[in-house]
Design a protein around this ligand. Structure first.
Ligand SMILES: Nc1ncnc2c1ncn2[C@@H]1O[C@H](COP(=O)(O)OP(=O)(O)OP(=O)(O)O)[C@@H](O)[C@H]1O
Ligand SMILES: [Mg+2]
Ligand SMILES: [Zn+2]
Length: 444
C-alpha cells in the first residue's frame, strides 16, 4: 500500500473532528440546524488552518443524502464523493491559476445549470484574492442574485485584497491559527492511532515549530516519523528541527543575569563553533523571554510538557518583570538589526552585551527596597523617578526614544515648572472655580 501523508489521511471529515475553529463551527452548525442558509461564504485564515477542509464539510452538510444537516453521514455516495473531491456538483477552483475574467465567465456560464446529483452546486474558489478585478466584477451579479441551487465558498489567506463589494455579499468567517498546546494534543491522538512512539515534549517541539498551522504540524510529523524511525524523542526532534540547543539559551540568560561578560563571549564562541544560526538563537531567546514573562503573570501558562519548564519558572521568580521586558526588546531589536552588523557573530554578541549594559545595578536595588516599602504611593513614584530606581525602565524608555528618566536636571526643571504653575493666580482661579486639576508630569 502506498503511504498517504498524515495531512491527507487525517483531514477532518466532520465539524466535530476539526481542531479549534469552534466559533466558526458553532455559527455554521446553528445556521444548518435552522436551515438559515446563506448563498456565499468566505473563509479567511493563514495556511493550513482548515479552509479547504471546512469547505468540504460544509458542502457535505448541504448535500448529504440524509438531508441538510450539521452532521453529514459521510457514508452516502454524495458524501464519499465530496470527501474524495470528485463530486461533479462540488467544484474546487484555484484562483491562483484561473484568475482571469474569461475563466470566471466560463465558470458562471456553467453555474446556471442545475446540479447533477446533489441538492446544491457548490463552487469553492481557493485563493480568491488572486482573482482580477474584472473577474470579481463578473461575479458580482451572480453573488447578488444567485440561482437557488448555487452556493459559493471563497477561501483566502489575504482577505484585505478582496473588494468590499464582494465581501459584503459573503458571510465571512475568520479561521484562527491554533495554539501549540491544541496542536500538540491533536498530534498525540494521531500518533497514538498510528502506533508511533513519542515523548510528549518532543511532540510539543513539533507543535511549536508549526506556527499555528495544522498542516505544517502534520508535515513536520511525517518528516519526524521518517527521521526518527517511529520513535519521536526530544533529542531526535531537536536534531531534526535544527533547533538551537535550549541549553545554550538558558546558559546565556544565566550569564546575563550574573552579569558575566566572559561567559557570554565564551558561549558565543561555542555556538559559532557548532555553526548555530545566530538569528535563530535570538529568535529563540526572545521566545524564551516571552514564556518567562507569561509565566510571571500566569504561572499556569507553562505546560508540563514544556522542555524548559523548570528554567522558565526559575527565571520568572528571579527576574523583575521589567528586566524581562527589556531583554525581550533587546533580543528582538538585535535580531532585526542583524543584517546591519559586520557579521552575525558580532551582531549576536553585541546584542547580549547590550543586555549587560542596560542591566540594573544590583547594588541600588536592596538599598532602595526598604525605602519603597515605607513610602506613600506618591513618594514612591518620585523615588522611582528621581533615584532611578529602575534602570531597566529607563533603558526601555531610552530604547523607545523617550527622554531618559535618569536625567535628574530635567526632573528638577519639571518640578520647578509645576511649582511655578501652582502659584500662578490664573491657574489657581481655574482650580478654584472650575475644579481643574494639575496633572503632575504633564507640563512640558
Ligand atoms: N482545524 C483543523 N483541524 C484538524 N486538521 C486540520 C485543521 N486545519 C488543517 N488541518 C490539516 O491540515 C490539512 C490541510 O488543511 P486545509 O487544506 O483545510 O488548509 P487550508 O486552510 O485550506 O490551507 P491553504 O491556505 O494552504 O489552502 C488537512 O488535510 C488537515 O489534515
Ligand atoms: Mg486550502
Ligand atoms: Zn451523506
Amino acid at each position: 500500500m502506498t503511504y498517504q501523508v498524515l495531512a491527507r489521511k487525517w483531514r477532518p471529515k466532520d465539524f466535530a473532528s476539526l481542531v479549534g475553529q469552534e466559533h466558526v463551527v458553532k455559527a455554521l452548525t446553528h445556521a444548518l440546524e435552522q436551515q438559515r442558509l446563506h448563498h456565499a461564504y468566505l473563509f479567511s485564515g493563514t495556511r493550513g488552518v482548515g479552509k479547504t477542509t471546512l469547505a468540504r464539510i460544509l458542502t457535505k452538510a448541504l448535500n448529504c443524502e440524509t438531508g441538510i444537516t450539521a452532521t453529514p453521514c459521510g457514508q452516502c455516495k454524495i458524501c464519499v464523493e465530496i470527501d474524495a473531491a470528485r463530486s461533479v456538483d462540488y467544484i474546487e477552483m484555484d484562483a491562483a491559476s484561473s484568475r482571469s475574467v474569461d475563466d470566471m465567465s466560463a465558470l458562471l456560464e456553467r453555474a446556471i445549470y442545475a446540479p447533477v446529483a446533489a441538492r446544491f452546486k457548490v463552487y469553492m474558489i481557493d485563493e480568491a484574492h488572486m482573482l482580477t478585478n474584472h473577474a470579481f466584477n463578473a461575479m458580482l451579479k451572480t453573488l447578488e442574485e444567485p440561482p437557488p441551487h448555487l452556493k459559493f465558498i471563497l477561501a483566502t489567506t489575504d482577505p484585505k485584497k478582496i473588494p468590499v463589494t464582494v465581501l459584503s455579499r459573503c458571510l465571512q468567517f475568520n479561521l484562527k491559527q491554533m495554539p501549540a498546546a491544541q496542536i500538540a494534543a491533536a498530534l498525540e491522538k494521531i500518533l497514538s492511532a498510528e502506533n508511533v512512539r513519542f515523548e510528549p515534549r518532543a511532540v510539543h517541539l513539533l507543535a511549536r515549530a508549526a506556527n499555528g498551522s495544522m498542516r505544517d504540524a502534520l508535515s513536520l510529523t511525517d518528516q519526524a516519523i521518517a527521521y526518527a524511525a517511529r520513535d519521536l524523542s526530544v533529542e531526535a526532534i531537536r536534531d531534526m528541527l535544527g533547533a538551537v540547543e535550549q541549553r545554550y539559551l538558558v546558559r546565556l540568560l544565566d550569564a546575563v543575569v550574573e552579569h558575566n561578560g566572559a561567559a557570554i563571549l565564551g558561549l558565543g564562541d561555542e555556538m559559532a563553533a557548532h555553526s548555530v544560526s545566530f538569528a535563530q538563537a535570538l529568535q529563540d531567546l526572545a521566545s524564551l523571554l516571552h514564556q518567562i514573562a507569561w509565566s510571571q503573570y500566569a504561572p499556569d501558562s507553562v505546560p508540563d510538557t514544556e522542555v524548559n519548564g523548570e528554567d522558565i519558572r526559575r527565571f520568572a521568580s528571579a527576574l523583575p518583570p521589567e528586566d524581562v521586558q527589556l531583554y525581550y526588546q533587546i533580543a528582538t531589536i538585535g535580531r532585526s538589526e542583524l543584517g546591519l552588523a559586520p557579521d552575525e557573530y558580532a551582531g549576536f554578541t553585541m546584542t547580549l552585551l547590550r543586555m549587560l549594559a542596560f542591566q540594573p545595578v544590583q547594588a541600588s536595588r536592596p538599598a532602595l527596597l526598604p525605602a519603597l516599602k515605607q513610602s506613600s504611593p506618591a513618594s514612591r513614584t518620585e523615588a522611582n523617578t528621581v533615584a532611578g530606581a529602575s534602570p531597566a525602565r529607563a533603558a526601555l524608555d531610552a530604547l523607545n526614544g523617550v527622554r531618559s528618566v535618569d536625567d535628574q536636571a530635567a526632573v528638577k526643571r519639571q518640578q520647578e515648572a509645576e511649582r511655578a504653575l501652582k502659584q500662578d493666580a490664573f491657574v489657581q482661579a481655574l482650580v478654584r472655580d472650575f475644579g481643574a486639576t494639575l496633572i503632575p508630569g504633564s507640563v512640558q
